[in-house]
Design a protein around this ligand. Sequence first.
Ligand code: SF4
Ligand SMILES: [Zn+2]
Length: 386
Amino acid sequence: MKYNQLLKQFTYEVYLKRPIVSPDRRTNYRIERVNGGLLCDLWFLTAGCMHDAQGGCVMCNYGRGECSIERREWERIIEELKSIIRKIPFPFEDFLLTPSGSMLDEREVPPTMRDMLIPALHGIQTKRFIIETRADTVTDAGMEFLREIVPGAEKYVEIGLESSNNWILKHCINKASTFEEFCTAVNKIHEYGICVTANVGLGFPFMSERASIINTIQTIRDALDAGADSIVVFPYHIKKGTLLDVMYQKQMYQCVSFWALVKVLNCFPHERDKIQISWYKDYFGQERSYIYRSPSTCPACEGKIMKYLDDYRETQSAACVDRLNRYSCQCREQWEKTLQEQPDHIEIKHVEQLYRKLAECFNLDQDLLERELSEMKREFEGQKVG
Ligand code: SF4
Ligand SMILES: [Zn+2]
């Protein structure tokens, strides 16, 4: 089974408490400097990610919309998207079209809506056109849609891989997806001449920052070996309405430092043009993004480091990483020292303690707790999890 029933239940309970996003916030967009040009991120509201609605990923809250959306509402969304498209400045380097979850999940974005999107986006000038979707939603019909929309642009599918380790996917993230499914999706997408971006997480819960950095580095290697054309590293932040939010409030989780991101970038001097970073800061503000805590460093260097990371996002150049590497601050020394004292692997006892604490918070059935914990430990023994 791809689920850990405990994690699924925790995240489901958190999901149920989230307010429904008002339909008058049905669209949004942002523009920023990325990859030597402009990126437009155009978003529209749906019922939300179908995985999320059943108890989804621990760090995610892309918003919970009304369960069923009438055709009239889809038409309103299309009208709003068109009016945004009329006013934004073309051309773009990257154009990302994203719903509240997976573009190719027909339960979330029905084929009728896809059909309306093709003419609505007609005339967009962009070098690359990108959608986001879960690995298990990649189908031939989805690929045909992607071929048709925004003709002339290079197409990319971004898949939330998070980690290439199935134990972590199941017991630390609740991704309900495996690395093998990611690899299958990569092959299918490539059959259509479309590129793949793997979204890789940094700062997995239930383990030390050091163990998480090591896993992120391994995941990037695995994703590149599996054929991913590019990688985006996402350091996790704390969003309201997520399990990470609960864990943070109860001192069971901390965001990683910016220095962790620098460490990861340092490991790939020859693949730098394939490795991008994102969401190391909040682009929309708490009201829209729900983010209230992000990765950081100390107040003395945070502004500078953020600027250097922005520069890296814009250029992906070695010079930016060199500048980050040369930067010295007391907080960095302290961070390195603390890191070396942390375990470089997952400590199953620690994971169990956190699960027991969460079970108390959520008043969980004791039998279910014991059953799932023994399954989790059995699977941990069965594979070496680093
Ligand atoms: S990260 Fe992706 S798959 Fe997970 S809940 Fe969020 S939208 Fe769904
Ligand atoms: Zn500092």
